[in-house]
Ligand binder design. Sequence first.
Ligand SMILES: Cc1cc2nc3c(=O)[nH]c(=O)nc-3n(C[C@H](O)[C@H](O)[C@H](O)COP(=O)(O)OP(=O)(O)OC[C@H]3O[C@@H](n4cnc5c(N)ncnc54)[C@H](O)[C@@H]3O)c2cc1C
Length: 386
Amino acid sequence: MHVMIAGAGIGGCAAAWALQRQGFTVTVFERASELREVGAGLSLWSNATRVLRRLELGHVVEELSVGMADGGLYTHTGEQLARNSMQALNDRYGDPNIVVHRADLLQALVAAVGRDNIRTDASCVGVTQSEDAVTLTLKGGDEVTGDVLIGADGIKSTVRGAIGIPLQLRYSGAVGIRGIVTLADSDIAPDEDVYGIYMGEGRHVGLMPLSEGRAYWFVSESAPLGSLPDPDGDRATFSERLAHWPSAISRMIGATPEDAILRNDIYDQRPVSRWCDGRVALLGDAAHATTPNLGQGACQALEDALILAHCLARRSEAPAQALRDYQHQRKRRAYRVVTASWWAGQMFNMANPLLCTLRNLALQKRGDARNVEQLSWLLDEPFALT
Ligand SMILES: Cc1cc2nc3c(=O)[nH]c(=O)nc-3n(C[C@H](O)[C@H](O)[C@H](O)COP(=O)(O)OP(=O)(O)OC[C@H]3O[C@@H](n4cnc5c(N)ncnc54)[C@H](O)[C@@H]3O)c2cc1C
């Protein structure tokens, strides 16, 4: 069986590798002329590291990443509201929680898939299908026919539109600003206890360790859509607003090269009733783009990849049914993440001072044991594969 995949992001490449391991022939079509990820970190929770290990990509977990720091939740004045014990989380859920550079993860996936199986400068512009096959039209007019097509072409997926599922983008009310800093360029010691999430009124900040003496930071700021003019750079406009926050934040931001700072309006996709049509299915952000507040978008794409390959292998004689099985197994959970992440964003970026005080009190009261246990719906084994 020949499986075609539109999009060589983390989701598309993970799916390609998972399918190859099940014996399928896979071709990935990528719009861009080179395979690259943005310069940012990615938190991968134990639900994702479990998938990586199952796909024999344990070296990403063991060698290319660092464990999430104990850190915790803080107010913008640095008062600790809750502490995450990563050891307790790892013990409870069995697989580690890590932070990895996006490019390192993508590179590891591309190496597994094999560069020859990925076509770049190959933008998918149309899809037709019959009972027996699916045909992908590429920009420039080339047509490629295969047995199944997976649309892993991101939040503005073309494949999604081609199978009649509308884009339902929903602006979260926040912009994300992020960057990677070399710790030696800042005056932060590698083992300094600064990592965690800091919450103020209308914004929150995350600091995470990365491999090779680097750290990853992000700022999420409430802002009306279209209020930030410049997609890159412009550090002064937002770091000024963080001047009275714990100094590690401005030290990290200040030591990040201006042109390495990324800014995005944050969207997700409203839940829809289906992700597949005949021999075509969606995966990752194309199916269920989520806000980054739980750090789960890529984790969910990895789960998709594993389950998709499993469903197709189990019913390769009936691919359309296999894709419906995949949708059935994944949809509820992925949308639970979308919803929980949306509300987490509303909570982290709350602007009303009184509500912020109540939020902080509630978080303080919850206690570390409940912090660990409340993640069970997300981090417990979500699938039983035979
Ligand atoms: C600010 C921010 C922080 C985040 N932090 C985290 C985190 O810490 N942890 C986490 O798990 N997730 C996080 N996410 C979410 C995560 O980045 C995404 O969920 C994940 O990258 C989705 O992967 P994907 O492969 O589905 O889509 P994408 O990464 O968007 O890849 C889609 C690929 O398809 C290609 N493409 C697009 N159109 C076409 C076409 N027509 N033809 C061919 N190719 C096409 C694109 O060029 C791209 O290579 C974050 C997201 C944001 C915005």
